[in-house]
Design a protein around this ligand. Sequence first.
Ligand SMILES: [Zn+2]
Length: 65
Amino acid sequence: MPWCETCERMVADDELTGTGACPTCEEQFAERRRVPWHFKLLVVATVGYLGWRAYQGIGWLVHHL
Ligand SMILES: [Zn+2]
């Protein structure tokens, strides 16, 4: 659900106008569209990879100190 800064409220998806604008003030939410699923996947993959590298780094430190 997009947040309307003009009305200072959440606008339910089924309240949006046909063009995806706020029904009260007609503000367009086009540039605030939901995050696409492949971007979330990329974030999850990156966090998982960094977590794995950190785990490996800690293991390396433990063996080399
Ligand atoms: Zn509004």
